[in-house]
Design a protein around this ligand. Structure first.
Ligand code: ADP
Length: 459
């Protein structure tokens, strides 16, 4: 890839240089050609004037003089009669046979002037020839070698050839360096991918300054790594949880069976054991299901439906659902919702689960005569749901851990529970783009606040 980029760069440099060369070459050739023609024409016109005033003899002398001063090998002059007889000429010895430079009046313009470029046998350089018809029908011919122009153009081609080679080399070298810099970013990504392949998930692609595209690639790669690392951590946690927290219920089930087997072998004892085993198994299945749900929600692979949810209705429904339990425990449930409907975009069943978990805890950790207040209100970033109780409260030491999986406070040991309710609630709320917080004073009660982003249009 680096080599190809360098090659392309070199080729681009070369093509551009070649284009510049061609433009300059054409312009130069045409300008030199024009200058040569102007000189030929003005000289011939002077001869014509001389011939008109002083005649053939004067012209012959002038031919000789002019040829000598310009160089008899470089120029020649001829005067021909209308019947093509040579009347006067400069020294033609250096020009060999003049057949190749025949007079062809047919190609003359209205003013009686014609130009041609001809190759003369035995001469390296071409010759530019002008033919001019005089007023009395004679022909004056003037030929000049294009040696200087051609030498100049040859020099130009040589110089440009060298320059082109240098440009190609420079272009290739610059391309090689630039491509190397750009590709080094890709190389960094590759190296990191190789190290990760060897099992080091904590590696990240170091950010450099090879340009926005490479930076974006590195960032996207790092984000992907962070996510994979999170999923692997999640997997490890679930495995650990299974190892530690599911072992004790299973041991308990086994203990029940063992005790029954070792004791009286009457039917009632077996019935009781079967009942206990079913109950424990149900609890285990529920725990496993909740664990899976937390893991799926945390990793973002859970299937969430997103519909507008009226949070006021959500907590009123929860109150109806928990009213019998609360009444049994002698706890008063209160709901405080604003008149206007507060709406969030979310999965109704899962948000119901969040509110149910909070309300269940509030009732569970309150004593008889307690009061639980559920309220909703609009806040700056969205909608807040608050569940306030005046129960046992949570100590400062426990508060940072209550959202961890399987964490149970010291004072909750006597109450049934798995320590998964708050973990699931937080996973669901975070999957909705919100968060859940808790404040508490031991002995006085706790406040759980769920913050969810609001939907702009009310129901
Ligand atoms: P569980 O209630 O099954 O133990 P949770 O995840 O719902 O598990 O709660 C974790 C812990 O947080 C509880 O064991 C308890 O110590 C504490 N907690 C939760 N809600 C309250 C509450 N309203 N009042 C006091 N403590 C609470």
């Amino acid at each position: 890839m680096r080599f190809r980029l360098a090659l392309c760069n070199g080729a681009l440099f070369g093509a551009l240089s070649l284009a510049v060369f061609l433009v300059v070459y054409i312009a130069l050739t045409s300008s030199l050609g024009q200058r040569a023609d102007d000189d030929l024409l003005s000289t011939v016109k002077e001869f014509e004037a001389l011939y008109a005033t002083n005649g053939v003899e004067a012209l012959r002398a002038e031919f000789q003089r002019e040829a000598e001063s310009r160089g008899i090998k470089r120029v020649f002059f001829r005067l021909m009669s209308p019947r093509r007889e040579l009347l006067a000429a400069s020294d033609l010895r250096a020009w060999g046979k003049m057949n190749g430079i025949a007079l062809r009046p047919a190609g003359l313009s209205n003013e009686g002037v014609g130009f041609r470029t001809v190759s003369v046998p035995g001469r390296r350089h071409k010759v530019r020839v002008i033919l001019k018809r005089t007023a009395d029908g004679h022909m004056i011919q003037f030929g000049a070698t294009l040696q200087e122009n051609e030498a100049l153009m040859e020099k130009y081609r040589e110089t440009f050839g060298t320059a082109l080679a240098v440009m190609l080399l420079c272009g290739g070298a610059v391309g090689w360096i630039l491509a190397g810099r750009a590709m080094s970013g890709v190389e960094r990504v590759t190296q990191t991918a190789v190290r990760i392949g060897q099992g080091d998930l904590s590696r990240r692609v170091p950010l450099g300054n090879e340009g926005q595209e490479i930076e974006d690639l590195a960032k996207a790669f790092n984000d992907m790594l962070a996510r994979i690392q999170m999923l692997v951590r999640e997997l490890k946690e679930v495995t650990n949880n299974i190892a530690h927290d599911l072992r004790s219920p299973i041991t308990r089930v086994r203990g029940i069976a063992e005790t029954t087997l070792a004791g009286d072998h009457n039917f009632d004892a077996y019935r009781e054991m079967a009942g206990a085993v079913i109950e424990e198994s149900d609890r285990l299945v529920a725990m496993i299901n909740t664990m899976l749900e937390i893991a799926q929600t945390d990793s973002g692979i859970a299937d969430f439906s997103k519909t507008p949810v009226d949070v006021g209705k959500l907590i009123k429904d929860a109150r109806e659902l928990f009213r019998p339990v609360a009444e049994d425990k002698g706890i008063h449930l209160q709901v405080d919702v604003p008149v206007e409907h507060l709406t969030v975009l979310g999965d109704t069943a899962r948000l119901q689960r969040v509110v149910a978990n909070l309300l269940d805890n509030a009732i569970k950790y309150s004593s008889a005569g307690g009061n639980v207040l559920m309220s909703t209100k609009a806040t700056a970033p969205g909608v807040a749901i608050e569940v306030v109780d005046v129960g046992v409260g949570i100590t400062d030491g426990e508060l940072p851990h209550i959202f961890e999986r399987f964490y149970r406070g010291d004072r909750s040991r006597s109450t049934p529970g798995s320590g998964l309710g708050l973990s699931l609630a937080r996973a669901i709320v975070r999957a909705h783009g919100g968060d859940i917080t808790a404040t508490s004073s031991p002995g006085k009660g706790s406040t759980f606040t769920v913050l969810l982003p609001a939907v702009s249009s009310p129901l």
